[in-house]
Design a protein. Structure first.
Length: 201
């Protein structure tokens, strides 16, 4: 994969669509904050409150897929719609199963050794993008497709993600101010990587 081209394209996209890329994530973050605040006020630190908080986190999973779809549309030069955030709720059970399977398989790999766990996680790193494009696919179908896409590209993607570590550390030194630009840039770069990977496959 040509990292330079991917990053250059991502820079242009994030520069021209910074607010658009931030918008769905901020919306979901606001909803999450309101829910957590409500739970904290009503249930304080009780076990019931923690259980409700966990359920709320699971209930927001379809919105995370919607954000991925939203960013993909921007990367492809199309008009993104906030309605994507609610588009995947009819598939919430499939999304939960996908999350559970990825978590279980990755955890099993980590139990064996750290490296197998990382390899498994990289193999399933494209599941959200795949499901965002085809919500009729089965949970196991998503996992298989992600493994097919990442076959031969796990190390490349791992190093690609690591290539942003300098920016992340620099962002910390600016007390997070740099993240206002950096997060949309990395988000766009990962979406562009998926797009290029899909074309290659």
């Amino acid at each position: 994969m040509n990292w330079s081209e991917i990053k250059e394209k991502a820079k242009d996209i994030s520069h021209n669509n910074m607010w658009n890329i931030w918008k769905p994530s901020l919306f979901v973050a606001l909803i999450t904050f309101i829910i957590e605040l409500f739970i904290t006020i009503i249930f304080k630190d009780s076990s019931i409150g923690k259980a409700i908080s966990s359920v709320a986190t699971i209930a927001l999973l379809p919105m995370q897929i919607g954000i991925v779809r939203y960013v993909l549309e921007i990367v492809r030069g199309k008009e993104a719609n906030m309605d994507y955030l609610k588009e995947y709720y009819d598939k919430i059970l499939v999304i939960i199963v996908i999350s559970l399977l990825v978590g279980i398989f990755t955890s099993l790999g980590l139990i064996l050794f750290i490296i197998p766990g990382i390899i498994i996680a990289l193999g399933y790193s494209m599941v959200n993008y795949i499901f965002a494009e085809n919500k009729e696919i089965t949970a196991m179908g998503v996992l298989r497709r992600s493994k097919e896409l990442m076959n031969g590209y796990k190390m490349d993607y791992f190093l690609f993600c690591l290539s942003f570590i300098g920016w992340v550390l620099l962002g910390a030194l600016t007390f997070g101010i740099l993240y206002i630009w950096l997060i949309p840039y990395i988000t766009a770069a990962q979406a562009v990587y998926y797009d290029e990977l899909s074309k290659n496959k």
